[in-house]
Design a protein around this ligand. Structure first.
Ligand code: ATR
Length: 281
């Protein structure tokens, strides 16, 4: 008897912009696997029913994006420790008949730096994180997990940075937006998690003149691929890592859960996604 075709979807509202189908379809081809990965636009009032019926609709799992990451977390029967901590999930799969939820954003962030700036966490003393939104929470959690002693979080609304300290403890040091340069000389990592620098948004203004030589600079913005922050850092001779790799790496654990093979993030995949975004060479 042949196995039924494995079907996975990415759920969001809207969902047309998602690059996930390109990523997973490429991996299915590379590994010669039968499977289908599609986009599913689900409005807010239908998300709970959709997730509860996921298996009935024929799916063995899903990725979940804005605005449904909280619903994904709530509708799962079981959660990984990371999902539990963050209270939001982006990856769902079935195990022994139960719906599991994970959050792979922090994993994707760390794996991207591991690949793009090997040794970046050799001396995990001070990291400077700009922004305190949803992406920042996953990243701050990931950095603390890697042993960073001080994760300084500068945010326009200081209360959100303070909330991160309340959740993750004294390793998080909230900083006002105006003081965002203050810890730069001692930082070995600078991360932009704000929407500044994104296409159609204002640029992030950040003065790198006090940066140490070993500073690694990364931006989670990937459209444009080279943000002003990354260009200025590279011009100073600093190591930089763009945000596209985070998107690619966060997809790895889901594919492995659904299809039983751990896929690789390669340059071919990167070029495919860039082309899909209209940024191909
Ligand atoms: P995400 O899920 O991608 O993290 P988000 O939760 O909306 O998105 O967070 C956006 C981040 O960009 C926040 O840290 C936000 O600052 P506030 O918490 O003060 O809103 C930051 N941000 C957006 N526009 C900004 C601006 N013009 N100046 C400084 N920070 C900005």
């Amino acid at each position: 008897m042949t196995e039924p075709l494995k079907r996975v979807c990415v759920i969001g509202w809207p969902i047309g912009h998602s690059r996930s189908p390109v990523i997973h379809t490429h991996w299915l081809e590379v590994h010669g696997l039968e499977g289908l990965y599609s986009r599913m636009a689900v409005p807010e009032h239908e998300i709970d029913a959709f997730l509860q019926g996921l298996e009935r609709h024929g799916y063995c799992g899903a990725n979940v994006t804005i605005p449904h990451k909280e619903a994904a977390y709530k509708n799962a029967a079981r959660r990984t420790g990371t999902a539990q901590t963050l209270g939001v999930a982006n990856t769902l799969w079935f195990e022994d008949g139960e719906l599991w939820a994970d959050n792979t954003d922090g994993y994707g962030f760390l794996a991207n730096l591991d690949a793009g700036a090997p040794g970046w966490d050799q001396n995990p003393e001070t990291a400077l994180v700009l922004g305190a939104g949803g992406a920042s929470r996953a990243i701050v959690h990931g950095l603390i997990g890697r042993g960073y002693k001080s994760v300084c979080v500068a945010n326009r609304s200081l209360d959100k940075a303070e909330a991160l300290r309340e959740q993750f403890g004294e390793n998080v040091l909230p900083i006002s937006w105006d003081a965002r340069h203050s810890v730069l000389p001692s930082a070995s990592l600078l991360v932009n998690t704000t929407s500044l620098g994104m296409k159609d948004q204002p640029d992030l203004e950040f003065d790198l003149s006090e940066a140490s030589d070993g500073l690694v600079v990364t931006d989670i913005v990937y459209a444009p691929l080279r943000t002003r922050l990354l260009d200025e850092a590279a011009a100073k001779g600093l190591r930089t890592v763009d945000g596209l790799g985070m998107l690619l790496h966060q997809a790895v654990p889901g594919f492995e859960r659904w299809f039983g093979v751990r896929p690789e993030v390669t340059d071919t995949l990167r070029q495919l996604v860039l082309k899909d975004m209209g940024l191909g060479t």
